[in-house]
Design a protein around this ligand. Structure first.
Ligand SMILES: NC(=O)c1ccc[n+]([C@@H]2O[C@H](COP(=O)([O-])OP(=O)(O)OC[C@H]3O[C@@H](n4cnc5c(N)ncnc54)[C@H](O)[C@@H]3O)[C@@H](O)[C@H]2O)c1
Length: 265
């Protein structure tokens, strides 16, 4: 910590980058960081979702900016960090949420493996490298949160590609925490259980014929979490904001389960 008192939890006035922030959990994270007084840069490959999300935050008086690009594209990532709005300081907060959503087993092709792992791992590394390049060599007072999952900790049938990527995020988090600690950068991850966002709503409705209430009362769906339900995106955004904040100033290199108790039993 810089030792300079900062309002609230040390988030006010900071610039935060959220990859995958155009929708879903990422949009909830951006919304939460806006509410904490951050300037929020959304880096996402979806221009329509990104524009709608960022414009809604701006309409509420928040400082928000969209950079459209893929996390696996080094030039686009570099441009996003170089082309900040006037008056914004270099980001000191980063949330790596963009991931490869490929759920396959041994049938996965080389193309499938790249689609699964390139955004989750290579993209995380590229964005983090660009973020770190803008920080001072020491006392950077910066924090990173990476998105893992309960899938990082367990076996799930047919999830070889996805779970491999998420498990590797835990390893990347520890390695980055070690490498970046001397510069004053904390690095942690979160592991959510199922979060009720648009994708999961569609999956449960179309593939299983279940609405939220029916899915949560089913033992193999919402019922498998100790709390007997899915998470709301805001319930994942809050612990991410905590890990970014001064309140987590002695926490680095660890993973926080945000899973309704799933991994406890
Ligand atoms: N939804 C869940 O139940 C759940 C549970 C645990 C972990 N997670 C993780 O949380 C994160 C967000 O998931 P979500 O469910 O909110 O997803 P989502 O599909 O709602 O949003 C993902 C966003 O990331 C963007 N994105 C995807 N690939 C990208 C790329 N290569 N470059 C730039 N942007 C890219 C998409 O355009 C989208 O806006 C992911 O890392 C996911 O693995 C989700």
């Amino acid at each position: 910590m810089s030792g300079v008192p900062r309002p609230e939890r040390g988030l006010t006035g900071r610039t935060a980058v959220v990859t995958g922030g155009a929708q879903g959990i990422g949009a909830a994270v951006g919304e939460r960081l806006c509410a904490e007084g951050c300037r929020v840069l959304v880096y996402d490959k979806s221009a329509p979702h990104g524009r709608a999300t960022v414009e809604a935050w701006r309409a509420e008086g928040h400082a928000a900016h969209l950079a459209v690009g893929d996390v696996t594209d080094p030039a686009a990532v570099a441009a996003a960090f170089a082309d900040l709005p006037e008056g914004w300081q270099r980001p000191t907060l980063l949330v790596n949420l963009a991931a490869g959503f490929v759920f396959k087993g041994l049938e996965a092709t080389v193309t499938d493996w790249h689609a699964a792992l390139d955004p989750t791992l290579v993209g995380l590394s590229l964005v983090t490298r660009e973020f770190v390049a803008g920080l001072p060599e020491r006392d950077a007072d910066a924090a990173i949160v990476n998105m893992a999952s309960i899938s990082a900790h367990i076996a799930q049938s047919g999830f070889l590609t996805y779970n491999t990527g998420k498990a590797a995020v835990l390893g990347m988090t520890r390695c980055l925490a070690q490498d970046l600690a001397p510069r004053g950068v904390r690095v942690n991850s979160v592991s959510p259980g199922t979060v009720w966002n648009a994708n999961n709503e569609r999956f449960h409705r179309e593939a299983l014929g279940l609405d939220r209430a029916a899915a949560e009362s089913a033992p193999e769906h919402g019922g498998k979490f100790l709390l007997g339900r899915f998470a709301n995106p805001a319930e994942v955004a809050a612990p991410i904001a905590f890990l970014l904040s001064d309140e987590a100033s002695f926490i680095t290199g660890t993973d926080l389960a945000v899973d309704g108790g799933y991994l406890a039993v």
